[in-house]
Design a protein around this ligand. Structure first.
Ligand SMILES: [Zn+2]
Length: 267
């Protein structure tokens, strides 16, 4: 499942391509024909991300709400040299396009047109998003303080903090040095401040790099553009800790495998 940096990057790229223009909306499959017809021709005001949710706000007040879920994807298509865009494929739930560029959505968990009030209700249930300037980390702190669930589980709960998935969970806790099994309420204020700051830093890095590579540039085994899949990480799917080379422990939390270094993340 895409993590928050992907959704923010999509909002940024789609905003650059589509915002300020009347957008042609088209469905490649029956399922979203009426939604696409409703949006067709409207001017897109902005695209924004909130955790793993994407919202496109149109001049009429209509808001497109998309959650990619496990298999959803957006594809960017550009016109051929003759200025022609290929038609959307039958698996395309929705295409948003100008004359020369199209964004095609396939397989989303959610794709719906909502009102600004409904958008507000969705956002109210989402935890603070570290990539948003209006994020309120105190809300996450309060949730940790009130919970004896493991921090490795709380980090994945989107109403505690938005945008973190399995890769960032393992990486962030390794970098900050917290055992993923530690109860939320046993995380100290200093640790929380470090965790929040590192989360902001890493997610921003993810938007810039457009992938999850958490190591600093000078630690990478080879230049960013030549990394093999999974390289450039400290813990996720690694055999030894990227910081101290201790063999990593592997166990599930919240049904998903996590990696922990006994040296860097003592019990
Ligand atoms: Zn280590």
């Amino acid at each position: 499942m895409p993590e928050g940096h992907t959704i923010h990057r999509l909002a940024r790229d789609q905003g650059a391509d589509l915002a300020g223009h009347p957008v042609a909306a088209e469905a490649g499959q029956e399922r979203f024909v009426s939604g696409a017809a409703r949006l067709d021709g409207q001017v897109l005001r902005r695209a924004e991300a909130w955790g793993k949710h994407l919202f496109h706000s149109f001049d009429s007040g209509d808001v497109l709400h998309v959650h990619l879920g496990l298999i959803g994807k957006w594809f960017r298509r550009t016109a051929d040299p003759d200025g022609v865009l290929a038609a959307p494929t039958p698996t395309t739930r929705l295409r948003l396009a100008t004359d020369d560029v199209a964004w095609d959505l396939t397989g989303p968990m959610t794709c719906e047109v909502v009102s600004p009030d409904e958008r507000g209700a969705i956002v109210a249930k989402i935890g603070p998003d570290p990539l948003r300037r209006d994020a309120k980390p105190e809300r996450m702190w309060a949730r940790l303080q009130g919970s004896s669930k493991p921090i490795g589980l709380l980090l994945m709960e989107q109403d505690v903090v938005a945008g973190i998935g399995n890769v960032y969970r393992s990486e962030l806790l390794n970098i900050v040095g917290i055992d993923p099994r530690r109860p939320g309420k046993a995380v100290t204020r200093d640790e929380f401040d470090a965790l929040w700051a590192e989360t902001v830093r890493q997610l921003r890095l993810g938007v810039r790099r457009n992938r999850i590579v958490t190591m600093n540039a000078d630690e990478l085994p080879r230049p960013l553009g030549r990394l093999q899949r999974g390289e450039g990480r400290y813990a996720y799917k690694q055999e030894v800790c990227g910081r101290c080379h201790t063999p990593l422990d592997v166990f599930p939390i919240a049904g998903r495998t996590t990696w922990r270094c006994a040296t860097c993340q003592p019990s």
